[in-house]
Design a binder for this molecule. Structure first.
Ligand code: ACM
Length: 611
């Protein structure tokens, strides 16, 4: 049997055309949109969970295309580009599920983009730019280093990237000396006609000197410019986040992302494996979490929200975690796990009984359209689950920090819960923010007693009792204001403002582009058009731990689709995390992206070429 499916944006509406070469009696069209849909014509909405919908259709007749017209229920979500069209669409006919072809070409379309200006001669073809570069004239012919202790991470990286060996018999000797004044991650690399010398502050410094040598060999065609590079990062936290809950990214993709991060001297991988749609870590404290939610789709606890289609998903074993952690460590990267509570917990609530107050008659709706996505801190089952779960997850990651989540509690959360009403009276709380703050502080206290530091999204600072407290590391994502406020109240902060650092946002307003748009568009230039310590906030500079880019997976259906969303924009976060403000501006980053384009191609990482 042959089915056809096409969809297109028509103003605020989405027009879908379904064709069949066999008669189909009363099929149901199942699909997901970026947010809750409304059916304008062509069928009747019979079920909806967040952006997932089932629409009863009339009988379909061969040779006659049937049109279904949709709209996002919230008019603010006018469709912006192809990512906003139906994803994971299929027809249910009786007990059979018939996949529909993608309604449009899914994923990134890499049109050739704007001209990349040449890199000025006084710049090294290197991202991030070093703190100081003093050229001395001439070049050094460089193919490989002679075997040198402490370079295994970089030489293994070169091999995995398909680049020629960085360390080989007969290679150039690298003379290594120590200079504690360079700091743990700093190095001073001298390239002279007579050879290479490096001074390091510690093992990480040698690793980064190796990354610099490897990169310059590739970008200078084996002719290293002679001179001295003195280099160290501005920030200790230089992160990349990956949402593996909405889309299950295979371990191989994660390992490749770690390699790309390492090439750009990023050093924190934020692993977001739990959200409304799935809990993917194979924990022992509560196996139902992943056993019941790792896959979503037809007949599963969570239907095909966000492109899940008939069935999609997977889980990460402890062996997978060990592999990711070991690879990361070899690349000077630490892994931050996130368990995501109290909101964004629809999957957790579906999998484990008792996490809601049975008397709760509230009607709160999450931003993504869920009616039940927040666990209740006033019922014992929540604590019975969360404390051992958090301890187990944290124990798998050497960093010693656990991200609890805490973003986007639905407005009015727990308003209908008698158990929370009693909690409020007992603890002197009034609003949902107060309740969330109290809950997070309690959880942070329990974990702190086990030597685990907590992290959370910016909302965790809210609440009449001061929010999460306990030295939590907070992530400022709606902008930089909440991070500045939290820093002034004594928190360490990682800046990940969506307007500059969310790589799931479309690069441009082009309807043929791909991605979300709630915080605007993020062309390459915007990824460096900000300062993590903005003017006027110099007083809290010591509290800004660093920066992080986020990639959310709501509309990702294949791992490879993320590549062109991440590259070349990852050059921008690497720049902001390492360089002092003012070194690389947008046009300079565009020039550097031009230099890196052949390198991305050589290592087989797709890049967005437009915008
Ligand atoms: C977030 O983007 N909700 C942290």
């Amino acid at each position: 049997m042959s089915l056809t499916f096409a969809s297109r944006i028509d103003g605020t509406r989405i027009r879908c055309l379904i064709g069949t070469d066999r008669p189909l009696a009363a099929p149901t069209l199942c699909f997901s949109l970026m947010a809750a849909p409304r059916v304008i014509s062509g069928g009747t909405l019979v079920r909806r969970v967040a952006g997932y919908a089932e629409v009863a259709l009339p009988d379909l007749v061969p040779g006659v295309e049937h049109e279904v017209v949709l709209e996002h229920a919230n008019k603010e979500f006018g469709p912006r580009n192809r990512a906003w069209l139906p994803l994971g669409a299929y027809l249910r006919v009786g007990n059979a599920c018939l996949p529909l072809p993608p309604g449009n070409d899914p994923g990134l379309r890499a049109a050739e983009g704007p001209f990349a200006p040449p890199l000025p001669a006084d710049r090294l073809p290197l991202v991030p730019q070093p703190t100081e570069w003093k050229p001395s004239g001439g070049t050094l012919d460089f193919t490989a280093l002679a075997p040198v202790a402490g370079m295994a991470g970089v030489s293994d990286l070169a091999a995995r990237l398909g680049l020629s060996p960085l360390v080989a018999p007969g290679g150039l000797a690298l003379a290594v000396t120590e200079d504690a004044a360079l700091g743990a991650e700093g190095y001073r690399l001298t390239v002279a006609p007579s050879g290479l010398t490096v001074a390091i502050g510690g093992p990480a410094g040698l690793h980064y000197a190796g990354i610099t040598l490897l990169t310059l060999r590739e970008t200078c065609d084996g002719q290293l410019p002679c001179g001295t590079i003195t280099d160290k990062p501005r920030f200790g936290w230089r992160g990349q986040h990956l949402d593996c809950a909405r889309h299950f990214f295979g371990v191989e993709f994660i390992l490749r992302l770690l390699d790309l991060m390492a090439l750009l001297k990023l050093n924190r991988f934020h692993w977001h494996f739990a959200d409304d749609e799935a809990f993917r870590l194979e924990v022992e404290t509560q196996p139902l979490l992943w056993q019941r939610t790792a896959f979503r789709g037809e007949g599963e606890l969570v239907p095909g929200v966000f492109g899940g289609g008939i069935r999609a998903g997977g889980s990460y074993s402890k062996a997978d975690v060990a592999k990711v952690v070991a690879r990361a460590r070899a690349l000077q990267i630490e892994v931050l796990p996130e368990i995501e509570v109290p909101a964004h917990s629809h999957a957790m609530i579906k999998a484990v009984p008792g996490l809601r107050d049975p008397g709760d008659n509230g009607e709160e709706v999450s931003v993504q359209g869920y009616l039940d996505n927040i666990v209740n801190p006033a019922v014992p089952a929540t604590w019975d689950l969360l404390v051992p779960l958090a301890r187990e997850v944290a124990s798998l990651f050497p960093l010693g920090i656990l991200h609890l989540g805490a973003d986007e509690a639905p407005h009015g959360a727990w308003g209908g819960s008698p158990a929370v009403a009693a909690l409020k009276a007992r603890e002197g709380l009034s609003t949902s923010d107060d309740v969330q703050g109290w809950m997070l502080a309690r959880l942070a206290g329990e974990l702190g007693a086990s030597g685990i530091r907590v992290a959370a999204w910016e909302e965790a600072a809210k609440g009449c009792q001061g929010g999460i407290g306990h030295g939590a590391l907070l992530f400022s994502w709606t902008g930089q204001g909440p991070g500045i406020e939290a820093a002034r109240r004594g928190h360490d902060v990682v800046m990940c403002p969506a307007q500059h650092a969310y790589f799931d946002l479309a690069h441009s307003p082009d309807p043929d582009d791909w991605g979300a748009a709630w915080a605007g568009f993020v062309p390459l230039e915007k990824t460096v058009a900000w300062d993590p310590v903005p003017t006027g906030a110099e007083d809290i500079a010591p509290r800004i731990a660093g920066v992080e880019a986020c990639f959310w997976g709501e509309f990702t259906t294949e791992d490879a689709q993320a590549e062109g969303m991440i590259a070349p924009r990852i050059l921008g976060i690497a720049t902001r995390g390492w360089e002092p403000a003012g070194t690389t501006d947008g046009p300079m980053l565009r020039a550097l992206a031009g230099v890196y384009a052949p390198l991305f191609d050589r290592i087989g990482w797709q890049r967005h070429r437009g915008a």
